[in-house]
Design a protein around this ligand. Sequence first.
Ligand code: TEU
Ligand code: CA
Length: 559
Amino acid sequence: MAEQRAWWKEAVIYQIYPRSFADSNGDGIGDLRGIEAHLPYLHTLGIDVIWLSPVYQSPNDDNGYDISDYRAIMTEFGTLEDFDRMLAKAHELGIRIVMDLVVNHTSDEHAWFIESKKSKDNPYRDYYIWKDGKDGKAPNNWQSCFSGSAWQLDETTGMYYLHCFSKKQPDLNWENPKVRDEVFDMMTWWCERGIDGFRMDVISMISKDPRFPDGEVTDGIYGDLNPYVCNGPHVHEYLQEMNRRVLSKFDIMTVGEAAGVTIDEAKKYANAQGSELNMVFHFEHVGMEACGRTIIGKWGYEHPQLSKFRAIMNKWQLELEGKAWGSLYLDNHDQPRAVSHFGCDDPKWRVRSAKMLATMLHMMKGTPYIYQGEEIGMTNMHFTSINDCRDLEEINAYRQYVTEHQMISAQEMLKCFDAVARDNARTPMQWDDGPQAGFTSGTPWIPVNPNYKEINTRAALADPDSVFYYYQKLIRLRHELPIIVYGTFEPLLEEDPNVYAYRRHLGGSILTVACNWTDQMQPCDVFAEGTGKELISNYDTHREGMLQPYEAIAVLQEG
Ligand code: TEU
Ligand code: CA
């Protein structure tokens, strides 16, 4: 079946984490005017869509993923007028804006929750998930994704409410049709304001197993909630209703962040009939299962192994073909920096390996996502103490595993933070080599990575061989060559421990891609002698039958 064409299949998406992107008023916090001022930079890069992490009113317990008013802009970020001006400027530049929709939970400071907790018979009580305790304890043994129990006792009514994330993020009760009405009305309000779609935060978690059973105790303290909150009994019903009542009425794109999603579930969420969402993010390739040893919980510090990573990526490329559309990403605001995690951020190999990773991802099938700073090869930060942490996921994990239960040493925990902590991706965008990397004229909410003097957009724009211009070329190739968007995927060298290679096919044309994941020369024979046109590479010269350290190359044979 010929693939149905769509703009969101042909687009390259850039994620902005507003708090760390650009500060326009010197308070050390990124804001909407700062984003507006840098839209021309993104237009130069060539991206088509911006995914904006939450900008709604929030007490910032989880940096905006705890919303207290869905129809107001966070005070530090600006006003609705600032938003409208930024949106109009983006549209003038041909850039669409996709908002982050966080409706698995709200902030505990949202008006709905303030009402809900007042009494058991309050009209808003069933907007959230309240349960009686058991034997003086929580209703079950679930651990929150941010450590500790997933249940918080509320003294007023003596009942517990569920929070899969922080205690200031109570889960909404999607079984309540009034909740669905409120969410769908709010989504319509934003679509009528002119936005171009939604990234849907943990959307796979909105339907819970009504039995709320205890989970398997994996770290000796609490039970695992994931089997009972991900891909629940009504999740597809709710999304089909959302599609009917909102999404189908607008020319917008949707991507579901689907914690715990499997290939089979993804084929439902992102089915080709378009009855739910356009695509989903899965987590298999960025989790510890691609790396090997987990130390505790989600925490570890081994780098991904090519064999495990490739098996995961190839599985998703092959299984979604013709059935559902995929997303492609290596990092975001929750993940370590791609070049540090998958490549080599040693100054000797940072640029080469960043370009290799970009080639590997952007020549695949699916919609690619670039996280702010990835296009200039920004790297992880270094944690010297818990005081360097701003993210509650790290702070809570440190308290639980180091301080309270002594299950891991402070040094081991910090080593895990160096490798995979979310704050790695949240250090300020590095614009130039001036004070605070040009991010702010004040004191940034989180320190700038000390390597900003070498790694910044001003230096990148002045260097024709920079990672920036390499990404610009990858984006341009995707816009020019349908085989990159619509070609089928064929794995190559599936057992090679060092080289990731694959082919794309469309109408007789063949695109061959090979990427050396090591800092050593490696044999590679996937290119037929002399045929085809080199589309892109991170080396100017090549060695017959070999790949140079971190070499990537893509060759097109026109059919
Ligand atoms: O993340 C959901 C999620 O699964 C996270 O727990 C993520 O996988 C983990 O932090 C990786 O270490 C979404 C948002 O992207 C995240 O920023 C929010 O903190 C979370 O939901 C709650 O809204
Ligand atoms: Ca600011």
